[in-house]
Design a protein. Sequence first.
Length: 134
Amino acid sequence: MRNSGFSLIELLVVLSLMGLGAALVGPATLNQVARAEAQAELNRLKSSLRGMSHRAFTRSGEVAVQLYNNQLGYIDLVSGSEISRQSFEYIGFPHEQSVTFNRNGYPSPEQVSIVYRGRQQELNLFRLVEATDE
């Protein structure tokens, strides 16, 4: 008479193979998630900078952006009040920087340094505002 169930050995082999597969796939999946979160944060930074350019243009007044450590502060230079502040997890700024968007929405200086995923790079704000840099 033959039982139709699985033996303990067969179950242990299957569970071991499933654990091995999870151990191989898990770190790659987590790396992809972190990469996607970093890309989303970079897109949020670019969108915020475009928004401040648009704000300066529509209100015909200068807007200043202060970049330091991993934070961004927006200041309306007409009223002198802080508009907002943002913190980033995956993006940093190697040194304190300041950008002013004039009443036409153009930045001065045109580039800022950022540290994105461990590498320092330049972000061209003029191209970002002109929508020629994605």
